[in-house]
Ligand binder design. Structure first.
Ligand SMILES: C[C@@H](O)C(=O)SC[C@H](NC(=O)CC[C@H](N)C(=O)O)C(=O)NCC(=O)O
Ligand code: NI
Length: 146
C-alpha cells in the first residue's frame, strides 16, 4: 500500500491557494471539476517534491471545494499536516511578513505551527538537527492554539 494524499475541505479556493501555494510554496499538479457532484478537487505537491520530479509519487494534499457552501468544524481526531523546511527561522519570518500568524513559534529552533484559512494545523519542522536557539523566536509566546 502506498500513501497517496490527505484531503481537507476548503471554504474558498483563492484563499486556500494563496496560503498553500503563495505562502507555503506548494504547486498545483491537477484539478478535477465535478459538475454532477458540484465540487472541485485540487491536488497540491510540496515544492521539493514537484521540483525533484516526484510529484507523481509523493504524498499530495487534496483540497476539496464544495460549490454549495458548508460550515466545516474541526474534529479533535485530526491533528495536522507536517512539512519539512530548510530553515525554520527564515520560513517563519517570511510567513510573518506575509501576514501569517505563527501560533507556536520555533522557540526550540525545530518546530512551529501555523493554521490554514480553514483552521487546519500545519506543522513546520526544521530539516535535520534543530537550529541554535535565537531571538526573537526563543522567547516568543504562543499565539492561541494550533
Ligand atoms: C479523487 C479522490 O481522491 C477523492 O477523494 S474523491 C472522494 C469523494 N469526494 C467527494 O465526493 C468530494 C465532495 C464531497 N461533497 C465531500 O465534501 O467529500 C468522496 O467520497 N468524499 C467523501 C469523503 O468523506 O471524503
Ligand atoms: Ni481523495
Amino acid at each position: 500500500m502506498r500513501y497517496l494524499h490527505t484531503m481537507v475541505r476548503i471554504a474558498d479556493i483563492d484563499a486556500a491557494l494563496d496560503f498553500y501555494c503563495n505562502k507555503l510554496g506548494m504547486k498545483e499538479v491537477r484539478r478535477q471539476e465535478n459538475e454532477q457532484g458540484r465540487f472541485t478537487l485540487i491536488f497540491l505537491a510540496a515544492a521539493h517534491d514537484e521540483a525533484s520530479g516526484r510529484a507523481d509519487k509523493a504524498p499530495l494534499l487534496e483540497l476539496t471545494y464544495n460549490w454549495d457552501s458548508e460550515a466545516y468544524s474541526g474534529g479533535r481526531n485530526f491533528g495536522h499536516l507536517a512539512y519539512e523546511v530548510d530553515d525554520i527561522y527564515e520560513t517563519c519570518q517570511r510567513l510573518v511578513d506575509q501576514g501569517v500568524t505563527i501560533n507556536r513559534p520555533p522557540r526550540d529552533g525545530y518546530m512551529a505551527f501555523i493554521k490554514s484559512p480553514d483552521g487546519i494545523s500545519i506543522e513546520l519542522l526544521q530539516k535535520g538537527a534543530a537550529k541554535e536557539k535565537a531571538e526573537p523566536w526563543a522567547s516568543m509566546p504562543n499565539t492561541g492554539s494550533w
